[in-house]
Design a protein around this ligand. Sequence first.
Ligand SMILES: Cc1ncc(COP(=O)(O)O)c(C=O)c1O
Length: 376
Amino acid sequence: MKKIQMVDLRSQYLEIKPEIDRKIQEVIDSCAFINGPAVRTFQQDLEKYLNVKHVIPCANGTDALQVSMMALGLQPGDEIITVSFTFIATVEVIALLGLTPVFTDVDPDTFNIDPGAIERAITQKTKAIVPVHLFGQIAPMEEIMEIAGKHHLYVIEDACQAIGADYYFADGSSRKAGTIGQIGCTSFFPSKNLGCYGDGGAIFTNDDKIAEQLRIIVNHGMAVRYYHDRIGVNSRLDSIQAAILGVKLSHLDEYAQKRREAADFYDRAFSGHPNLKIPGRYAKSNHVFHQYTLVLNNTDRKGFQDYLASKDIPAMIYYPVPLHLQKAFKDSLYKCGDLPVTEALANSVISLPMHTELDAEQLNYITKSVLEFVNR
Ligand SMILES: Cc1ncc(COP(=O)(O)O)c(C=O)c1O
């Protein structure tokens, strides 16, 4: 059996090696390493794939979030409603810009932001909502957009883990993750569903004015070379990464399907087991399974993880400490007990290997090993 990994980037690369190598060589031959044609081509291909008016490539998902908040003119003291059960980048940039993160609890089945909790958290100072489409599933955007509309709030989607996922609205229309709010952000970190071979990110919007600001900010605040209209940052996707992403974008739907098939396999094996709660799926979106995350009941998580490790099966805890209880946020007003669902999840979740190259032999071995431990 092939060695089991959380993410098998090497096997994925080998499947597309000739095309990837050729595209990388083309960039090297052109020496157009920064803002070369490969970046423009990928940007346009992604706009078409997402059916969004503007894609602004940038250096990583964290920058995408920061630049988005800068473009919307959010000011120190403004409150931004988001979740504590996420990767730190979502909230790090809120804090870095002097904005105030307001943490809300999540749904215990899907791990995503709870629209009811958003409504309860809104104050006079609230300016934006940042839903995170955690583990590859789009948060309940129809409800979120309705709340935002009612209270005149911006919505910035953290779609770093959910590129390619579709959301289906009640009227029968659908949109891609990151193209529903005013702005959407994604990451092309290597292990992401659309990952490059280094760092990368992108920002999406259908709003021309916001797009103009985003483009200026990622480029040192300049629209015309050496004329700086505002304080910006240096955040670029380089041409080699764009060329790689262009190849991988053409496989993205097939990759999502492979992830879903692996998730279905896990679901069939674990569904209904008293100690294992499978990840909940919304009827309104199609999960792209960046992670496959179980909630353990009455099970020693460390013992479970160690048992799997003894069988050469990696398993990871995303995320062991909610952000409101991290040292970095010790000066915030939050304390243990404030977000009971988030805190319970942080103590009981575990993610199994999930990627595009898992085969039936590996999936059989993983599910058999998981059941061996919980049935002891
Ligand atoms: C939910 C979420 N937000 C933001 C980021 C930041 O992306 P990056 O690592 O590209 O800066 C990540 C990924 O690492 C993420 O998973």
